[in-house]
Ligand binder design. Structure first.
Ligand code: ADP
Length: 416
């Protein structure tokens, strides 16, 4: 730092006796030679302005006093102000943020003060004649006028190119992300296709196995011993279960194929469902209450399946010594509806809150509660199809609250 400025002063001195304009020209020529090097250095300091701040703080008090003493004579408050105004205008034109402008301000101020604080006492010491001194100081100010605007410009250009590079980098990342998403969507579709084909084609041989087991049982039950009958029963139960699983998988992969939306009155939908589930409700003495429900633009068949799964689960997972109670409510949340299915059933441990929405995940054996572990994964897929969210809150032994949201308007690009 000091070496650079000593060098500058040495080169400023021969111009002392020249006319102001020639003096300026001389500094300018000198500056032209050295400007690249000097700029690089100053820009680096500006960019790492924290280190630069430390440098400033370490400046001697003596230099600061000198600055005060000569500041009036140099009128550099005024000069500084003009330079700063230009600098601000330039920054605004470049679209620099206010936060960055703040940093620039301190860096700028530091550079100017550091240079002047260091140069002024030096000049005073080395220049005997007062008139010469004033000329040097005047020249120095012009030097700063020119150099600082160039520095500011280079600094801002550098910043600008950093910002542009970052923008380009970000665009590249976004493009890569977009490509990855497209690839993932494609893989997802392939996977669903695969699940559909596999489950569809598996149905046929399974149907054959089931009907032959049925025939075998019917025709030869009396001729077989107890053990053979037990084995046959087990095969029959397992094949029935497999049919249920494969049907579930088939339905799961079919979800979303229906792209026709329609208006559904949720009050009517629930009334219809309660009629369908009448036998189950009577057998279990379930009490189901609902609030006034909205009319929505949804995929009707899937929406019905969603309600059906949640209602049947609330009844199925009831407490052994309690009549099942289910309350269905909705809350208007401005841009979406929030539904809540609140039951007084067995409840779910917190660690399973997410797991239960994964296909084939169950928390109980067939003997405890029958099922295939598909219902909630269906619900999740249906809700995602409607661009909503589904989650559960629950306490073991107290009951569960299944929530889901349905946006009031859908993003059609995402929905296709
Ligand atoms: P399934 O009902 O065929 O077992 P689901 O996907 O519908 O499959 O549910 C997954 C698991 O989540 C269930 O096995 C059960 O343990 C739990 N579960 C779902 N609904 C409830 C509920 N209302 N109360 C308590 N547990 C529930």
């Amino acid at each position: 730092m000091k070496n650079k400025y000593t060098f500058l002063i040495r080169n400023l001195k021969p111009a002392i006796s020249e006319e102001d304009s020639r003096c300026l020209q001389a500094y300018h020529n000198f500056f032209k030679d050295k400007q690249k090097e000097l700029h690089k250095w100053l820009i680096k300091e500006l960019v790492n302005h924290h280190d630069f701040g430390n440098l400033i703080r370490s400046l001697s008090n003596e230099a600061l006093e000198m600055q005060n003493k000569y500041s009036q004579q140099l009128q550099y408050n005024a000069i500084f102000k003009d330079e700063w105004d230009d600098f601000i205008t330039y920054q605004i034109q470049q679209g620099i943020t206010y936060a960055q402008m703040d940093i620039n301000f301190y860096s700028w101020y530091d550079v100017v003060s550091l240079a002047r604080n260091w140069m002024v006492p030096k000049l005073v010491k080395e220049t005997k004649d007062e008139a010469d001194l004033l000329a040097v100081l005047g020249g120095m100010n012009r030097f700063f006028d020119i150099s600082m605007s160039i520095i500011a410009e280079s600094y801002l250009n550098e910043k600008q190119s950093i910002i542009e590079n970052q923008k380009k980098e970000q665009e590249k990342i976004n493009e890569r992300l977009h490509q990855a998403m497209l690839a993932m969507e494609q893989k997802n579709q392939e996977l669903e296709q695969f699940a559909y084909i596999a489950s569809h084609d598996l149905q046929e041989p399974l149907r054959t196995v089931s009907s032959f087991i049925h025939l075998l049982k019917k025709k030869y039950m009396d001729e077989l011993d107890e053990k053979a009958n037990m084995y046959l029963n087990q095969i029959s139960n397992s094949s029935e279960r497999m049919v249920a699983l494969i049907n579930g998988l088939l339905e799961y992969s079919r979800l979303g194929n229906q792209k026709e939306r329609g208006r559904v009155d949720c009050n009517a939908l629930i009334s219809d469902l309660l009629l369908d589930l009448d036998q189950m409700i009577k057998e279990t003495q379930a009490i189901i209450s609902i609030n006034e429900m909205p009319e929505l633009e949804v995929y009707p068949a899937q929406f019905k399946l969603l309600f059906q799964n949640l209602i049947t689960n609330a009844i199925k997972f009831r407490q052994p010594d309690l009549d099942p109670c289910l309350h269905i409510s909705t809350t208007d949340k401005e841009d979406h509806w929030e539904f809540c299915f609140s039951d007084n059933g067995i409840g779910i441990k917190k660690e399973y809150f997410e797991k239960i929405f994964i296909i084939f995940q169950r928390l109980h054996t067939q003997r405890e509660y029958q099922g295939s572990g598909i219902g909630l994964s269906h619900c999740k897929k249906i809700i995602e199809l409607h661009q909503g969210k589904i989650w559960v809150e629950s306490q073991v032994g107290k009951g569960s609250k299944f929530y889901f949201t349905i946006p009031k308007s859908i993003d059609h690009e995402k929905a296709t």
